[in-house]
Design a protein around this ligand. Structure first.
Ligand code: ATP
Length: 354
C-alpha cells in the first residue's frame, strides 16, 4: 500500500500564505505530479507530506492512517531533491547502500539490492566511483538509486531533473516512467515544467498561490482546463485568448470580429467572455466558415512545425502550421478556427464555461 492524502493543508511564512487549503489524494501506485509556477507552494506541499514542515492546519494520511503528527522517519517516505546530496567521500555503491546499512541489513542483502537497482538505472559501471568522478546526470541516477533501494511507502521527488541538461532531462523522464512501471510504488513528483508533467503523470494537480486549481489526467487538464489560468499555464505555445461576448447565434469579438456561436455553449448573451484557442485548433492553411482575419506578425520555425503569430486587432493568435509556411509581416491572413475544440471562460471569474 502507498496512498498519500493531504487534506486542507495550511501554512504561512509571515505574510506569505504558502499553502491555502491544499487537498490531494494520491492513489496507491500512481505517478502523481504537482505542477505549478515558482512560488506556488509545491516544495512546501512535499515537505508537509514528508513531515518536515510544521503546519498551521490540515492533515496528512498515509495508507488511510492519520500521520499528521508522525516524525519524518516514521512516515517511511523517500525524498529526492534537485541537489543530489551524495556523501562525497563514499563510492556510488556505498552511497546507495547507506539506507540499508542504517537498517542493519546483511551484506548479502545489501549487495543483492544494490545490484538490482543499479541494473535498473544502468549505473553498474559507476559503482566504484566517488561523486566527484561522475557527471551531474550520473550523480542524479545514484541519488535516485539510493532512494529506490529503500522500498519506502512512497517517493517524494522535488524537481529532481532540474539540474540536468535538456537532452539528459528528456532521457531521464522516460527512464523514470519506466522505473515507475517496473518497480511499482507511489511517486509524488513536483515540477514547474508542464511538458515534464504532461509526459510523465498519471494524474496532475495544478497549484497556484497555495491553492489547487485542478486535479486530473494530463489529457483532462489540457483539454478541459478548469479555468483560464490553467489553460494558460498548460500547453505550449500558450493558448490564445480573445475578449468577446455572445449575441444570439454569434460570438462578437471586442476587436470587431464575429464567429458562429459554438454549438456547445449556453453562455449568456452580453456577458464578458474570453475565447481560448490552442495553436493546433487554428490553421492558416485550411479554409473554414469559422475564421478570423488578421495580419501576419511573425513566424517562429521550430523544425517540425512553425508557429505563426497573427495579430487580430491588438490581440495575438498563435497558430500551428507546417514547417514550410511562409509570409511577409503585415500581410492579411485568414485563420480557420475549430470551434468544437475552442474554450470559453467567464472574463470576470476566469472559470471555464460549457
Ligand atoms: P519553486 O518552484 O520556486 O521551488 P515552489 O512552488 O516550490 O516554488 P515553495 O518553495 O513551496 O514554492 O514556496 C511557496 C511560498 O512560500 C513562496 O512565496 C516562498 O517564498 C515562501 N516560502 C517557502 N519557504 C519559506 C521559508 N522557509 N521562509 C519564508 N518563506 C518561505
Amino acid at each position: 500500500m502507498g496512498t498519500v492524502a493531504a487534506h486542507e493543508l495550511r501554512k504561512s511564512f509571515g505574510e506569505v500564505q504558502a499553502l491555502d487549503g491544499v487537498t490531494l489524494d494520491v492513489p496507491d501506485g500512481s505517478f502523481f505530479v504537482v505542477l505549478g509556477p515558482s512560488g506556488a507552494g509545491k516544495t512546501t506541499t512535499l515537505r508537509a507530506l514528508a513531515g518536515l514542515e510544521k503546519l498551521d492546519g490540515g492533515t496528512v494520511h498515509l495508507d488511510g492512517r492519520d500521520a499528521t503528527r508522525d516524525t519524518p522517519a516514521a512516515r517511511d517516505l523517500a525524498m529526492v531533491f534537485q541537489s543530489y546530496a551524495l556523501y562525497p567521500r563514499r563510492t556510488a555503491y556505498e552511497n546507495i547502500a547507506s539506507p540499508l546499512r542504517a537498517r542493519r541489513a546483511s551484506s548479502g542483502e545489501i549487495k543483492e539490492a544494490v545490484d538490482q537497482v543499479s541494473a535498473l538505472l544502468h549505473i553498474e559501471r559507476l559503482l566504484q566511483r566517488r561523486p566527484a568522478q561522475m557527471s551531474g546526470g550520473e550523480q542524479q541516477r545514484v541519488a535516485l538509486a539510493r532512494a529506490l533501494v529503500r522500498r519506502p511507502r512512497a517517493f517524494l521527488m522535488d524537481e529532481p531533473l532540474t539540474n540536468l541538461d535538456l537532452k539528459l532531462r528528456v532521457e531521464m523522464r522516460t527512464e523514470l516512467t519506466r522505473i515507475h512501471r517496473t518497480l511499482g510504488g507511489t511517486f509524488v513528483y513536483v515540477t514547474n515544467d508542464q511538458v515534464e508533467a504532461l509526459s510523465m503523470a498519471d494524474q496532475v494537480a495544478v497549484l497556484r498561490e497555495g491553492k489547487v486549481q485542478q486535479v486530473g489526467t494530463p489529457t483532462e487538464v489540457y483539454e478541459r482546463p478548469a479555468n483560464q489560468w490553467v489553460a494558460g499555464f498548460v500547453g505550449s505555445p500558450r493558448i490564445s485568448l480573445l475578449a468577446c461576448h455572445a449575441e444570439g447565434d454569434q460570438l462578437v469579438g471586442e476587436q470587431g470580429w464575429t464567429l458562429p456561436r459554438p454549438r456547445w455553449t449556453n453562455a449568456q448573451d452580453g456577458r464578458p467572455l474570453l475565447l481560448g484557442l490552442r495553436a493546433e485548433d487554428l490553421s492558416v492553411e485550411k479554409r473554414s466558415d469559422a475564421s478570423l482575419s488578421g495580419e501576419l506578425y511573425g513566424l517562429e520555425p521550430l523544425g517540425d512545425r512553425t508557429v505563426v503569430d497573427v495579430k487580430v486587432g491588438t490581440e495575438m493568435l498563435k497558430v500551428k502550421a507546417r514547417p514550410a509556411v511562409t509570409g511577409t509581416p503585415g500581410e492579411r491572413m485568414s485563420v480557420a478556427v475549430d470551434l468544437d475544440r475552442a474554450h470559453l471562460f467567464d472574463a470576470d471569474t476566469g472559470l471555464t464555461l460549457s
